[in-house]
Design a protein around this ligand. Structure first.
Ligand code: GLP
Length: 241
């Protein structure tokens, strides 16, 4: 596990974008696992800038996103598909037919999860998976539990996650209670993993993830077992390490 030190959010975003850029340059037809949340927004801005300068080409990239709220349509401005379109896909030359997000509109959870696992498998697995970190240690929407998840699964969001994500919705009642998420096993099968962590409010959980016991109660702690993980964290997030 490499901890890459960043001064602040801007520095973190630049460094994370450097790592993704290197991946795209070295393997132009790679599969990128992408994430939502506030943490990767600056990284996406940097990637867009580099694309506009002519330094990056996304035309052969395939992307698979970590998660999606169950019940939200792609054009709902709170859906993760909408987030990805507005924060990245609409601004670079990626072929949108090769960008995948779990199907939030599929009411049959078993079907939605099976189909998403097939998409990941057909793509040949993930070359580089970008992750944010939830305050309770979740990755994707894999919440603390008694066992690590395998493939894509439908989760009941915890109160802490609903609380953290309500800032994006009109009210807490509007936050969907369930989501489809790539499983821990699928994340761990990625060749490389890049985690972006910013802010003092993530310091405590980052310490548990990096130095604590490997336990499904802190889902991201499993990353300690992956052979190629880089965590880019700013000074505030690293303050307890
Ligand atoms: C959400 C997403 C996660 C994300 C997490 C942290 O729950 N499903 O993928 O990593 O929030 O978000 P933020 O980066 O805004 O703190």
């Amino acid at each position: 596990m490499i901890i890459c030190k960043a001064k602040d959010y801007k520095d973190l975003s630049r460094k994370a974008a450097n790592i993704i850029s290197a991946q795209v340059i070295m393997k132009p037809n790679c599969v990128l696992g992408l994430a939502t949340g506030s943490s990767p927004v600056g990284t996406y801005e940097q990637l867009i800038e580099r694309y506009k300068k002519g330094d990056l080409d996304f035309s052969c990239i395939t992307s698979v996103n970590l998660d999606e709220y169950k019940g939200l349509a792609p054009d709902n401005d709170q859906s993760y598909r909408y987030f990805m379109n507005t924060n990245l896909f609409n601004h670079v030359n990626i072929d949108k037919t090769r960008t995948f997000v779990p199907n939030g509109l599929e009411p049959d959870s078993g079907k939605a999860c099976r189909e998403y696992d097939e998409i990941i498998e057909k793509a040949g697995g993930i070359d580089l998976q970008l992750l944010g970190l939830g305050h309770n240690g979740h990755i994707g929407f894999n919440e603390p539990s008694d066992a690590f998840t395998n493939g894509t699964n439908c989760v009941n969001l915890t109160e802490s996650t609903i609380e953290a994500n309500k800032r994006f919705f009109e009210s807490e009642a509007d936050v969907p209670r369930q989501a489809y998420t790539m499983g821990i096993r699928s994340i761990m099968m990625s060749k490389k993993i890049l985690v972006v962590v910013s802010g003092e409010d993530k310091a405590d959980i980052l310490k548990k993830v990096v130095c604590g016991a490997i336990t499904p109660k802190v889902p991201a702690s499993v990353l300690q077992l992956h052979p190629d993980v880089t965590i880019v964290a700013d000074d505030a997030a690293r303050s307890l390490l």
